[in-house]
Structures are given as structure tokens and as C-alpha cells.
Design a protein around this ligand. Structure first.
Ligand code: ADP
Ligand code: MG
Length: 246
């Protein structure tokens, strides 16, 4: 479903991703772990072209892009790739001036040109799925962090992306509130949503991800099943990092 090969990303002269090779199977969940500054967010942002790599290839479903060194991509390519991805951020990033339901319908109507009635139906279906239909007319500021993140997940899913990218989806939440977000993500995983998520949350990574990737200083040190990485990591650097999480 998603293949990254030979991905290189630098900011000015600072190499942030080095020769990233990664395959994500359709319907599977991959967790990206690694210290702060290791390049997790940049890697996620390269998958939806919020950042454009200087080199390598990205395949997403039927779309394939070869990066040519410029660190730029055409509008058309960005649109092609972006359309197939949904993104959830650590800080939720709901539109504060829009009610919950409008946060979800806005993109469907303005970007995806759906009729308002259809967009509302889709939004209600997704709000029901994340357990927040009763908050459809609330303002984001009046929701808990866990509820805001569940709305953000519903918004990301609204255009039916092929992959959901999550950047530390539970890091801004208290443990109890993070549980309700983990439950929603676990349900999505069960339903076969393809996901790539950066996380410090061992429970999230170990419970949901089939594949775990340990990134350090812009390089993939080790990739394996969640069992492999959390119980029998091969590399000393991986073991050392895991021991800081537990
Ligand atoms: P992580 O998510 O693992 O904490 P990031 O991907 O955010 O790591 O950052 C990796 C490195 O890239 C850091 O050194 C960071 O300072 C640098 N970086 C990230 N985004 C930018 C940017 N837009 N401009 C310059 N440097 C950046
Ligand atoms: Mg990050």
C-alpha cells in the first residue's frame, strides 16, 4: 500500500531523514518510535507531502512519485497524494471558530466539493463512530482533550483516505483521556484502516501496531513486529531506547 524507498530529506544542510526504506501493508498499523528530533514527524509529513523529500521514491496505492533532488513537488502531485491521506496531530488542531460538525463538513464541502447534505451525513456517521454524535453542535473549546482528538480523527477520516497518519495522537492527553483515543484507534485498526503513527505511548504501539520502526538520528535502526521490538530487539540502540520508555 505504501512504500518509501531511499527517502532523503534535509533542511538546508541538515540531513533529517537518511535512506529511509519502509513498506506498509494495506490494513496494517505501523508505529514509529524514537527519541525527540529523530525525524518521526518529518517522516510522516513526507508521506503526505507536507514536506517534500530531496531523493527517493514514494508509492501510495496506485500513485508513485520519484523525487528529483529539488525538494519540490508539483501542485498536481501534492494533490494526488494528499487526497489519499488523513492526518491527526498531537495538538488536535480543530478550527476553534467552527462547531464540531462544521469542523468535519468544512473540508468535505470546500476541498472535496461535496453537497452540504451529504457532508453532514458523513460527519454524523463518523461522529457516531467516535462516540460523539451528542456533541455535534458543541464548540471545540468546550470539549475535553480526548473528545477533541476524537473529533480530529473523525475529520481526518471524512474524505475516506487510504491511510491515516497520526503524529503523537495521545501525547497531549492525560492517561485516562488517552485511553479513549487509543480505543478509537484500536477499533479503526480492527476495521482494517491502514495507519502510520509516531508515538511515545508504549501501550498504543504494543497494542495496535503489527510493525514497529525504531528511528534514530534520521535513520531506521531496526524494524520488526511489535513482539520483536519490545521483547527481543536485536540492536543495542533499540534496547536502550525501549528501556527509557518502560
Ligand atoms: P521528531 O518528530 O522525531 O521529534 P522531527 O521530524 O520533528 O523529529 O525533527 C527532526 C529534525 O528535523 C530536528 O532536528 C528538527 O529540528 C528538524 N526539523 C524539523 N522540521 C524542520 C523545518 N521545517 N525546518 C528545519 N528543521 C526542521
Ligand atoms: Mg515529532
Amino acid at each position: 500500500m505504501i512504500t518509501l524507498s531511499g527517502i532523503e530529506k534535509r533542511f538546508d544542510d541538515n540531513p533529517v531523514l537518511k535512506n529511509i526504506n519502509l513498506t506498509i501493508k494495506e490494513g496494517s498499523v505501523t508505529a514509529l518510535i524514537g527519541p525527540s528530533g529523530s525525524g518521526k514527524s518529518t517522516l510522516l509529513r513526507c508521506v503526505n507531502l507536507l514536506e517534500v523529500p530531496q531523493a527517493g521514491e514514494l508509492t501510495l496505492g496506485k500513485e508513485k512519485l520519484v523525487f528529483n533532488g529539488s525538494g519540490r513537488a508539483s501542485r498536481k502531485d501534492v494533490y494526488r497524494i494528499c487526497q489519499q491521506t488523513g492526518m491527526v496531530f498531537q495538538s488536535f488542531q480543530l478550527f476553534p471558530h467552527l462547531r464540531v460538525i462544521e469542523n468535519i463538513t468544512e473540508g468535505l464541502v470546500t476541498v472535496h466539493k461535496q453537497p452540504l447534505k451529504q457532508a453532514r451525513e458523513r460527519a454524523e456517521e463518523l461522529l457516531a463512530k467516535v462516540g460523539l454524535l451528542h456533541k455535534r453542535d458543541a464548540w471545540p473549546a468546550n470539549l475535553s482533550g480526548g473528545q477533541q482528538q476524537r473529533v480530529a480523527i473523525a475529520r481526518a477520516l471524512a474524505p475516506s483516505p487510504k491511510v491515516l497518519l497520526c503524529d503523537e495522537p495521545t501525547s497531549a492527553l492525560d492517561p485516562e483521556l488517552s485511553l479513549e483515543v487509543v480505543a478509537v484507534l484500536r477499533q479503526l485498526a480492527k476495521e482494517g484502516m491502514t495507519m502510520l503513527m509516531a508515538t511515545h505511548d508504549l501501550r498504543l504501539a504494543a497494542n495496535i501496531a503489527q510493525q514497529v520502526v525504531f528511528l534514530e538520528a534520521g535513520e531506521i535502526v531496526e524494524t520488526g513486529t511489535s513482539q520483536d521490538i519490545f521483547t527481543r530487539a536485536q540492536k543495542a540502540r533499540t534496547k536502550a531506547f525501549i528501556s527509557t520508555l518502560t
